[in-house]
Every structure is written in structure tokens, then in C-alpha cells.
Design a protein around this ligand. Sequence first.
Ligand code: S3P
Length: 174
Amino acid sequence: MKNIVLIGFMGSGKTEVGKRLAERLSYTFVDTDRLIEEKRGKSVAGIFWGEGESRFRELEVSIIRELSIRALSVVTGHVISTGGGIVISSDNIRSLKKIGLLVWLKASPETIYRRVSSETHRPLLNLDDPLAEIKRLLSFREQFYSEADISVDTDGLDVDKIVDVIIRRVRSKK
Ligand code: S3P
């Protein structure tokens, strides 16, 4: 099975699902936000506050470039979880598709809100009305997420169930 690249909005479960999926397939788990943090020696929030969102987006592009180079030789064996905004460029989507099969973890704004409301580390949602911002960003980004090879509705599903669905859908894609 090819590498699997998980895309989707903040709080759609990419990291947790990605780790469990990697375990189930005996694949290596990679998280683009963590790669960026290691590279810069700062948290994602620290990069946003200190250097701005556009610098963070540049770092995402350079991480995708590095992963694409790796993927030329290692086309299988990896589950890659990405930051929720990585898709907002067609170039990024094209490059991610070269790295592996693109799987969109879909979730409703209400589900996302419930999942992220107890957290404070997401700079884009540190606002008075995070639900309104989730709806606004999601309605803009959906056009990009929907370019995925596979989309999985995660509302009401636990992590193991989501992983089951992904494995079944990816296998039937071959
Ligand atoms: C972002 C999502 C975050 C992180 C950054 C920006 C976004 O990742 O990359 O805060 O623009 O949606 P998660 O999707 O893992 O929360």
C-alpha cells in the first residue's frame, strides 16, 4: 500500500488517527507540524506569533518539498499527518499527491468545535467566536480538501472505526 497523507481541518483527528493507522499498518508516522517545529526549534504557535502566518506557510512548503524528495525513493511505509491549512495552495496539493494517497478526514464545524474547544495551542482559533471562524475557514478550504483521493466522514466515529474505514477504502482503491 502506498504512503497515506491525511488532510483535513484542525481537530479532524489527523494526528491521533494517523498514529493509530501507522501502528495498524506497521508504517512510520510523520507529522508535518512536528517536522516544522523540529526544524525551527519553536512551537507552531511560537512561529505564528513570532514570525507570522506567511512564514509558517513557507515552512510548510519546504517540508512538503523535503518529503517529496524522500517519497521518490520511499513510496510506501509512511502515514503523514498534515497541518489543516497545508492544502490552501494547488501546488501543495499536487506535491502531496506525489507523496501518497490523499485522505481527507471530514468533520462538521460542530464536531471540530467540540474537539478543539478545550485546547489553546491553535493560533488561528484563539478568538472570541471560534465556531464562526471554523465555519468561515472550512467553507473556504472545502474546495481544496475535496481534491483528496478518498474522503472519510468522521462525525460520530471513534479513532479505531475511522482507521478501519481508511484501510478498507485505501485497499479498494488499488
Ligand atoms: C493550521 C492547522 C494546525 C497548524 C497551524 C495552522 C491551519 O494544524 O498547522 O496551527 O491553518 O488550519 P492542525 O490541523 O494539526 O491543528
